[in-house]
Design a protein around this ligand. Structure first.
Ligand code: IPE
Ligand code: IPE
Ligand code: MG
Length: 264
């Protein structure tokens, strides 16, 4: 079966001039019983996409929001229960102020704009990160999105915003130590399950698949704890060019992997 999928992956790349046929082939070839429960994506390459087309960087970020919509749609159709997108890292705060301001504005306005439709589709919105530096108007939009969608069950759309994996582990450790000092928990009781309860991703299962676009082969401080056994797919496609078929190909590639979790 795995060999057959590898063959289909090769065949589908020959069909890039015929996207509809490619979609059909990919959808028909997917194993419906092995759809990843949680897909995480490092959406990279907006700046390079803008440069390639002679636009300012923010145009690349703007164009990237269309890929977010496309990806959410296909993930929803495939019945993927958790989709997590890396929208803004803690390190991204160090970019030029103009770009940071533009990104914050874009993220805030999109949360607001898309909320009604997300809610109607039964999608729960979860935004994770360290919000210490986040302006109040965006914080209000985040709180509102959480509140409005908190009971939705069809799908979970998680956005990592002002997020850093190391920082998440530090914050978790601080809260845990606080609970130890207040004698809510004993040191001898601490284990992986307990520790996970202190992470931003508490209640969110670990990603099964990570996709990173733009050809960079690194994880840039994303979900360090959670990706211990995640399968990685890297694609050279720049995020604004990432489409439904690229996503389907990544899922099919995931289905060519044999996950062993350390067993024989
Ligand atoms: C990803 O695109 C979006 C964010 C990091 C916010 P980049 O802005 O990193 O684009 P490149 O990597 O410079 O092409
Ligand atoms: C990672 O991309 C962060 C996001 C996609 C939000 P970067 O472009 O910031 O990462 P590096 O600098 O290439 O590692
Ligand atoms: Mg980048």
């Amino acid at each position: 079966m795995i060999e057959r999928r590898i063959l289909i992956l090769r065949l589908s790349s020959l069909l890039s001039k015929f996207p509809r046929i490619q979609t059909k082939l990919l959808i028909n070839s997917l194993d419906k019983d092995n759809i990843p429960n949680h897909v995480a994506i490092i959406m990279d390459g907006n700046g390079r996409w803008a440069k390639k087309h002679g636009f300012p960087r923010l145009m690349g970020h703007n164009e990237g929001t269309k890929s977010i919509r496309r990806t959410l749609e296909i993930a929803y159709e495939l019945n993927i229960k958790y989709l997590t997108l890396y929208a803004f890292s803690q390190e991204n705060w160090s970019r030029p102020k103009r770009e940071v301001d533009g990104l914050l504005k874009l993220i805030g306005s999109n949360i607001e704009k898309e909320l009604k439709q997300l809610n109607e589709k039964g999608i729960r919105v979860i935004i994770i990160g360290n919000f210490k530096k986040v302006p109040e108007d965006i914080l209000n939009k985040i709180d509102n999105a959480h509140e409005v969608t908190k009971n939705n069950k069809k799908m979970n759309f998680c956005i990592a915003f002002s997020y850093g994996g190391r920082d998440e582990i530090i914050q978790a450790s601080k809260s845990l130590i606080r609970d130890v000092l207040e004698e809510k928990i004993r040191i001898s009781d601490i284990n992986e399950n307990i520790f996970e309860n202190y992470l931003y991703t508490k209640d969110i299962p670990d990603p099964d698949l990570l996709i990173r676009t733009s050809g960079e082969i690194r994880i840039s401080n994303f979900l360090l704890w959670q990706m211990a056994y995640t399968e990685f797919v890297f694609t050279p496609v720049l995020w604004p060019d990432f489409n439904k078929n690229h996503f389907l190909r990544a899922i099919l590639e995931y289905q060519t992997r044999e996950r062993r979790f350390g067993l024989a």
